[in-house]
Design a protein around this ligand. Structure first.
Ligand code: SF4
Ligand code: SF4
Length: 388
């Protein structure tokens, strides 16, 4: 129990400090995507639909460390793509741990067992293994048979070597509550923590049919939590975020709470939505029109209840209202009765589409850099001096 307590203490202290300093906007978790290349092609993924020239790009270890220092968040989550494909991933994680960042390395675990030697167990390092449900459901969600068994084997191998392992599940519309409950039973048997988020309706995901809307999300989570009464599922979420998933809290999104840095730069406004990029974190915070994002404000945010937008809201609500948080912790998640009022969508601004423009811009930069490198290679080399 010592490890999570240490983490909670550090993060609680960080939140308190931001509050005492009167900061209105501050990051909680840096979402660091050092590459977009992946060894899977999940149907609900909105991260890998790029041309090869972009999928081949990597953030260097130094760029990753600079991003963590620039942002200052106490936690760094490394999703992707598949971070274990990055040749410098061991070095990147070592450098972040040395900076006393809590690192959550998100992986589909296909390479985990083979690459465990790159890492050392530490109270600052967590593997977060992508598991979207029990065997049949998971293998279908990631479009590759056998991945569930490999992930399970890797989880056991990592735990045997002393690493802390959690699993993260993305929940879609076709997932029955009873099966999700059985999956959560399995995580408890394995002794791992679990985080869950309704899948964000990525505009580029191959499967557009199974994203949950907000009403379905709340009804589904109510059923799951009802089935979980009396069980010891170990959620890696605040009680108020779970209460929000069950429709008992009217939260607005906090898009700056989990800022994203990737090969394009700092992503506006959040990890899920790429609506433009800045060179620095400061520029991201100062130039993003934050008030124009969130459910009720922007069409692309209409159905979002994802942890990256709402967990920071729940963390702030717990800090501002500890009695409410304690009440939810004591009473458990309410799974019946009226839901909190839903946000009105009638005034949301229409979606804008910049994906193609961003891809073209980055491809031009890549071609320009390659041309400059080729030209430099063919420049005549200066003659070596023969003077003694
Ligand atoms: S493992 Fe993750 S990054 Fe890779 S395709 Fe699946 S969802 Fe996308
Ligand atoms: S609601 Fe918030 S977290 Fe969700 S997509 Fe919109 S800005 Fe991002």
């Amino acid at each position: 129990m010592a490890i999570p307590f240490h983490k909670e203490l550090v993060i609680g202290g960080y939140l308190l400090k931001q509050k005492l300093l009167g900061r209105k906007r501050y990051p909680l978790v840096l979402m660091l995507e050092p590459l977009f290349r992946c060894n899977l092609a999940c149907v609900g993924c909105g991260k890998i639909d790029y041309p090869d020239a972009i999928l081949d790009r990597r953030m260097s270890a130094q760029e990753c460390w600079d991003a963590a220092e620039e942002c200052g968040a106490p936690m760094v989550a490394i999703p992707g793509g598949e971070p274990l494909i990055h040749r410098e991933i061991g070095e990147i994680v070592r450098g972040l741990v040395a900076r006393k960042k809590f690192v959550s390395l998100c992986t589909n675990a296909l390479l985990l067992e083979k690459k465990l030697h790159l890492f050392e167990p530490s109270p600052y390092l967590f593997f977060s293994v992508h598991l979207d449900g029990l065997k049949e459901h998971h293998d279908k969600a990631v479009s590759q048979p056998g991945t569930f068994d490999r992930a399970l084997k890797a989880i056991k191998a990592a735990r045997a070597k002393g690493f802390t392992v959690n699993v993260n599940a993305t929940i879609f519309d076709n997932h029955p509550a009873e099966e999700i409950a059985k999956f959560l039973d399995l995580t408890a048997e394995l002794g791992v923590g679990v985080s869950m988020s309704p899948g964000y309706a990525y505009e580029r995901a191959p499967d557009q049919e199974h994203f949950l809307n907000r009403t379905n999300t709340k009804n589904l989570f109510r059923k799951v939590f009802e089935l979980g009464k009396g069980k010891k599922w170990n959620f890696m979420h605040s009680g108020l975020f779970l209460d929000f998933l069950a429709g008992n809290q009217s939260f607005e999104c906090t898009p700056w709470g989990m800022p994203a840095r990737n090969i394009f730069g700092w992503q506006k406004p959040c990890y899920l939505l790429g609506e433009g990029y800045t060179k620095t974190f400061k520029e991201l915070m100062e130039t993003t029109d934050w008030d124009s994002y969130g459910t009720g404000k922007y069409e692309k945010c209409a159905d979002c209840m994802a942890h990256c937008g709402y967990e920071p809201t729940a963390a702030t609500a717990s800090l501002n209202n500890p009695l409410k948080a304690a009440w939810v912790a004591l009473r458990g998640i309410r799974t019946s009765g009226p839901m909190a009022p839903e946000i009105d969508l009638s005034n949301q601004r229409p979606a804008q589409y910049i994906f193609t423009e961003q891809v073209q811009k980055t491809l031009s930069e890549i071609r320009r850099d390659e041309a400059a490198a080729a030209a430099a290679k063919h420049q005549p080399q200066p003659q070596a001096s023969t003077a003694a």
